[in-house]
Design a protein around this ligand. Structure first.
Ligand code: MTE
Length: 302
């Protein structure tokens, strides 16, 4: 089914589903809302019961270098990024390659709420109530071919709307990647919103990755390309400083960053005197993901 003409991507969130039902009741018409993407989902067993950070923390303290290097730059400068229409190129070892309108790419998939801990490599953390689609469901829809061993992602390059891209410090596009088994883990999310609203631009609108057991830099924002490949893809921070940022980037209190400890974290928004809390292996998601790395030396594969 092609929703392209009737439906903006921002409609496909739980809150907007409610609004659309109202529009229908008001006679707004023939929007086909029978798609499961519009169902309200029950609380996810993958969500933490920890209290989420305030929206102001989540949307005001960001890393999104396409808009600058200060934590306040994305909120200040990302507002004018055009996020609709949005196309995503799917290529490589996949049954259904193509250039997809975002609505078509995600049609038929269920948007869930996932409340996840989020731990940045800079040793701060938050709890974020994302809305999104389990990446494994999207990959199943696209048909991953047996030879594919990794998924590579790229962010939009649009210097006229992303002032930080005038800097050559990073070789744009921002790139990230996961091993296939990491991508298929049920925790891995393609997030399209937070707090029940469409994704704020500064958080990676209209679609970004969220991998809660890895340092935040793996969670690439504003994705325009998904490639199924057979070799470990180059990734932005690893390209920049390979001795400081590995491909795996699993949260690990026992492997310090060369310039600071990873044993504890500052909880953003918890007040000046709240101090730090201990960082957990795999950011507390070890039960779900530690087995992915059986037999690997995680001090070497950091
Ligand atoms: N994705 C892109 N395209 N550009 C970036 O600079 N920063 C990463 C990650 N994804 C980044 C990105 C880093 S370092 C972190 S910690 C998280 O986004 C921050 O996500 P947040 O601002 O939503 O908390």
């Amino acid at each position: 089914m092609n929703f392209k003409s009737e439906l903006r991507w921002s409609d496909v969130t739980p809150k907007a589903a409610f609004l659309n039902r109202r529009q229908i009741m008001a006679g707004a018409g023939a929007l086909a809302l029978a798609s499961p993407a519009y169902a309200q989902t029950p609380p996810s067993p993958y969500s933490t019961d920890e209290a989420p950070n305030a929206r102001e923390d989540i949307t005001g303290y960001n890393n999104f270098y396409e808009f600058g290097f200060d934590k306040g730059d994305p909120a200040r400068l990302a507002g004018d990024l055009t996020v609709s229409p949005w196309t995503v190129v799917v290529d490589g070892m996949v049954d259904k390659p193509g250039t997809y309108d975002l609505g078509d790419l995600l049609a038929g998939l269920t948007v869930e709420e996932r409340i996840y801990r989020f731990r940045c490599v800079e040793a701060w953390s938050m709890v974020i109530p994302w809305n999104g689609i389990q990446l494994s469901f999207l990959l199943d829809k696209l048909g991953v071919q047996p030879g594919a061993k990794f998924v590579a992602f790229e962010t939009l390059v649009r210097p006229e709307e992303m002032p930080g891209q005038s800097s050559t410090f990073i070789e744009w596009p921002y790139r990230e990647g996961l091993r296939i088994d990491e991508a298929m883990n049920p925790l891995t999310l393609m997030a399209t919103g937070l707090y029940g609203d469409p994704m704020p631009n500064q958080n990676g609108a209209p679609i970004r990755l969220v991998v809660p057991w890895k340092y935040g830099f793996k969670s690439i924002k504003s994705i325009v390309r998904i490639s199924l490949v057979d070799k470990m893809p180059p990734t932005t921070w690893n390209m920049l400083q390979p001795n400081e940022y590995g491909f795996y980037a699993n949260v690990n209190p026992e492997v310090d960053h060369p310039r600071w400890s990873q044993a504890s974290e500052r909880v953003v928004g918890s007040g000046l005197f709240a101090g730090r809390k201990p960082t957990l292996p795999f950011n507390g998601y070890g039960d779900q993901v530690a087995s992915l790395y059986a037999g690997q030396d995680l001090a070497k594969d950091f």
